[in-house]
Design a protein around this ligand. Sequence first.
Ligand code: GYE
Length: 321
Amino acid sequence: MKKRMVLPVCICLLFSGCIGKRADGLPDPDSAGDRKNLIVAGLSQVGSESDWRLANTRSYRETFTEENGYYLLFEDAQQKQENQVKAIRNFILEEVDYIILDAIAETGWDEVLAEAKEAKIPVILSDRSVQAEDEGLYVSWIGSDFKEEGRKAGKWLADYLKKKGREAEQIQIVTLLGTLDSTAQLGRSEGFSEILAQQENWTMLEEKSGEFVQAKAKEVMEYFLETYPDMDVVVCQNDNMAFGAIEAMKESGRSYGKYGDIIVISFDATKAALEAVKRGEINVDFECNPNLGPLVDETIKRLEAGEEVEKIQYVEETYYD
Ligand code: GYE
C-alpha cells in the first residue's frame, strides 16, 4: 500500500522522460496506459562526453520508438557512476522490462545488478562491459572488441614504421587514455601494450587520462609536449581527444600527422575525424561502431521470443588511414 503511494512520486520526479504528469506535477494514475503493450526499456547512458557518445544516444533514440514497440526511459548519468546506480534502482522501481546499461567503469556493479536480477529484470550491457562476480547478472554484452582495436593500432604502427624504414629507430610514445577503468580504455590499452611488448625499441613515456574529452585532452597534451618534446607518437583513445591533441600541437608550433613529426593514432572514426585523416592530420583512425540500438533491439526481440542470445556480441569494425 505504502509502496504504491510513494514510489511513483519519486520516480516521476527523477525521470525526465516521465510517463505522464498532472498539472500539479504528480503522476497521473492513468498514465501507465501509455506504455501498455510496449516493451519498457530503461537505458542508463554514460553522458555526452564525445561525438561517438552522441551518435550512440541517437542510435537508441531512433530505434527504441513507440512504432518499434518500445517505451524508452533514458537517463544521462553525466559521467557519474552513482547516477547510473540510482537510475538502475529507479528502473527497478518502475518495473521496466529491460535495463540497458552503458557502464562508465567496469567495477562496482555487483550489488545493483544483483538487485535487478532479484527483480527478474534482464540487464543488457551496451558498448562497455562490467567485471561482475556472477556473469549471470547480465544477459549479454553488445559492443566492440576494444582489445582488438588496440592490437590493430599497435600492428598498424609497426607496419607504418617499417614502410618508412624506421623499424630500428627508438620510438617514443605517449597515450591519452579514455575514462579510467572503462572497457574502451582498458581494452585499447591492453591491446596496444601487447604489441608494444614485442617491440624492443618502443617506449611508452607516459599514459594519462584525457577522460575522452577534447578540452581535457588538450591540457594533457600540453603537458606531454613540454615534458617529452621528442615524442614520436601520440595514441589518442578517441577522436575528441585527438582533436584536443591537435589543438595543443598546433598552438605549440609542432608538426604532426602524415606530413609532420608526431604520428597521431586515434579511435572511433567519427565523420569529422575521417575528414582529418583525409587532410593528413590524423595518421590512422580505428573504427568503433556507435550504432548499437538496432543490435540491442534485435537481442530484446529474440529474448521476447524465448530465444537464447550470445553472452558477448561484438560489432564488426575496420580502420582508415
Ligand atoms: O570511444 C569514446 C566514448 O565507449 C566506445 O566512449 C566508447 C568510447 C568512445 O566517449 O569516444
